[in-house]
Design a protein around this ligand. Structure first.
Ligand code: ACM
Length: 697
């Protein structure tokens, strides 16, 4: 295969991946491109043709949400096939898809409602049956994922699917405070959530860097704490309605007593230290915290929570509670005196006092508290939910004492992990695996978290999607669904499909590269794309280790590190190919040819990138990364030459190459060059005693 064609084959965003979806996986098992994988799938014979006569009928319980769902379904089906469907089918026409719903779901959606559905597709038609509209919504998404192109027409394979979720709480949190994310972008992410059957949108609305919800009672909160970037109450109601239509609950978070500087710009009297305060522009953990000893704090929170509890219908109200460093408390003699007089031994005890007071307020306004690990104090009312950012152990500890919890540790999208790494994290893994079945039921599920230090409206979709689909599957599908290869195949398919919903992870990548290169034609900046496709942003908050100026909310997110996907599909494919080559005894001609083609592209790429570096400072920043890629290509090709000659690579050569690779693996321009470990593996295989060091048969 010519090098350029091979690169094309690697591209995860191409329609081809979606439309030529494989029906068998590596184990030869039947596999549809469904994500999350349903609980039970039985393939039938033949397929149902999708053409312009396709019509949908609703029977049983009906409500406006179901009508909206059918309209949306038809719009999506039309996007996927470009077949126009009449808004209303002629009365005489036979329905292709019959939907039956037994009864309504709760007026305000609750965790644990029946979300199951049964979808039966035959060559003559399809039926979708569900106890409640929630199951219908999920079943319609499954149907849309089944649509494929065949040599004759668009069609859906004959199949019977019986499906229900493993966990009742399957969420995505978006931090809209560190960078403001406009409503339309939240909406399209909610569309994405619907597509992967997630059912909780956790709206992180306040932070040091912004208070983003309009308060009519305390207009200085958003008025002075948001730079004018906030959601009006009307917009908030609109989003809640939008989410409800898609079977998604909206849980608001007002983070307190820490992470709250933006509140103090308009209300310095709430803080534990003297003001005045400004909106925080930097990232990190900061000192300002609410004064837990002042009755006025609770009076204020009582009124604010009353207002917000009316605005947000969900039963759960998130009070944050994370990362109070206690410095303002320690520096305030009045607070120290309060601690002494109440016998509060330390700041944890003081925070427990605060949490209990706020929990009472939340309860008084008809809601239950959800908070980060820190709000868990043994003895608090049992309706609380612990959201664990610390890990399964703290979740298990809470469950062992009878408390509900959800897992977020392991699902932080901003850490830049691979989808496979997130996928391997199970809410009932680790310490939670030792819980009794009754205790395990208290673990309600999990939430992925999109913290937004390095996320803005332009690149947020690419930080969430498609990796979030892997987390959605972990929370929906049976625990036994764990094969990463199958996950990647299906995640890439859904990743392409999500762009039909308006999600911009592929498009924004192209546009950002276009900006970085200062060129508009993809052919002109192909060399930048080649490099960009194999680098990933530094992981685990190490990004700031090598910068000379501290980033702030005013720092433009226009560098290559901001543009590239968190996970390189091309590097993963290369690594798999190296493994295959070595496993095959290093004399498989086809694998070798493909490796050579790829390594040659990399070796030759730096010369092509240099003119781009001359014209753009944003390309110049990654000049060393480009040279490193070229060096990797050269080293890989030399290694293949040694292998082809049938001798082992000399020890001094190997040592030299490995030393060079060690340098190459260091983060540069906040980027990691992802094929480096695979090239290292190849070098080691070629050296004396390595898997490839014996002559070809
Ligand atoms: C958190 O990561 N501080 C919730």
């Amino acid at each position: 295969m010519a090098a350029s064609h091979w690169m094309q084959a690697l591209s995860v965003m191409t329609l081809a991946v979606l439309l030529c979806a494989a029906r068998t996986n590596a184990q030869g098992q039947s596999q549809l491109n469904l994500m999350p994988a349903p609980a039970h799938v039985q393939l039938g014979n033949g397929s149902l043709r999708i053409d312009s006569s396709f019509a949908v009928a609703l029977t049983g319980h009906t409500e406006a949400r179901l009508d909206h769902a059918v309209q949306r379904f038809q719009r999506q089906l039309s996007l996927q096939t470009a077949i126009p469907f009449p808004a209303k089918a002629p009365p005489s026409s036979k329905s292709t898809l019959e939907i039956h719903t037994d009864h309504a779901s709760k007026e305000v959606q609750e965790p644990g409602e029946d979300e199951s559905y049964i979808l039966k597709v035959t060559p003559d038609g399809a039926t979708l049956t569900a106890a409640t509209p929630l199951g219908v919504l999920h079943g319609l998404q499954t149907f849309l994922q089944l649509v494929e192109v065949s040599p004759e027409a668009f069609s859906v394979p004959a199949v019977t699917i019986e499906d229900s979720p493993r966990f009742p709480w399957r969420g995505l949190m978006i931090d809209v405070s560190r960078h403001f994310i406009p409503l339309d972008i939240l909406k399209r992410n909610i569309d994405g959530m619907e597509a992967v059957k997630m059912n909780v949108f956790h709206w992180h609305l306040s932070e040091n860097q912004g208070f983003r919800a309009e308060s009519k009672k305390f207009p200085k909160l958003h008025g002075l704490g948001s730079d004018g970037l906030y959601y009006t109450q009307e917009e908030i109601r609109e989003l809640i309605g939008y989410a409800r239509d898609r079977g998604i609950r909206v849980v608001p978070e007002f983070d307190m007593p820490g992470h709250s500087t933006a509140w103090f710009v308009g209300h310095p009297e709430l803080a534990s230290g003297p003001g005045p305060y400004d909106i925080e522009r930097k990232w990190g953990i900061f000192d300002p915290a609410m004064d837990p000893t002042n009755e006025k704090t609770y009076k204020f929170l009582d009124q604010l929570i009353e207002e917000m509890a009316k605005l947000f219908p969900d039963h759960y109200f998130h009070i944050g509670g994370d990362e109070v460093n206690g410095k303002q408390w320690d520096a305030n003699p009045k607070i120290q005196e309060f601690k002494k007089s109440r016998g509060l031994k330390n700041n944890d005890a003081l925070q427990a006092y605060f949490s209990q007071r706020v929990q009472k307020i939340v309860t008084k306004h008809g809601k239950a508290v959800i908070g980060w690990d820190e709000v868990f104090i043994p003895g608090v009312p049992k309706d609380i939910v612990i959201q664990s950012w610390r890990g399964q152990a703290s979740l298990a500890q809470a469950a062992a004492q009878g408390y509900h919890g959800i897992l977020s540790n392991g699902y932080y999208l901003d850490l830049g992990w691979s989808a496979a790494r997130h996928y391997a994290v199970d809410p009932l893994g680790g310490a939670a695996a030792n819980l009794t079945p009754e205790q395990q039921k208290l673990v309600l599920g999990g939430e992925s978290c999109m913290w937004s230090e390095y996320v803005n409206p332009e690149n947020i979709d690419s930080r969430i999607w498609p990796r979030n689909a892997a987390i959605a599957e972990r929370l929906w599908s049976p625990q036994t669904v764990t094969d990463p290869a199958s996950m990647y195949t299906r995640m890439n398919a859904i990743g392409a499909r999500l762009e039909w919903l308006g999600l911009s992870h592929g498009r924004s990548y192209r546009l950002m590269l276009q900006r970085i290169a200062g060129l508009s034609s993809p052919e002109e900046f192909a060399a930048l794309r080649t490099l960009a496709d194999v680098v990933e942003p530094a992981k685990d908050y190490t990004r700031e280790q090598t910068v000379s100026t501290e980033p702030t909310s005013a720092t433009p997110l226009n560098r290559l590190v901001d543009a590239v996907p968190p996970e390189s599909a091309a590097a993963r494919a290369f690594s798999e190919l190296v493994d295959k080559f070595i496993a095959g005894g290093c004399h498989e001609a086809e694998a070798e040819a493909r490796l050579r083609a790829q390594l040659s592209v990399w070796r030759d790429n730096d010369a092509k990138l240099q003119p781009l570096a001359q014209r753009s400072f944003l390309v110049k920043e990654v000049a060393q990364n480009s040279q490193d890629l070229s060096a990797l290509g050269t080293a890989g090709l030399a290694t293949l030459d040694f292998i082809a000659k049938g001798g082992a690579a000399p020890d001094d050569w190997k040592a030299q190459q490995l030393a060079a690779i060690q340098q190459i693996q260091k983060q540069k321009a906040q980027l990691l060059l992802m094929p480096a470990p695979a090239v290292q593996k190849l070098i080691e295989a070629a050296a004396t005693g390595g898997a490839c060091s014996t002559a070809k048969p």
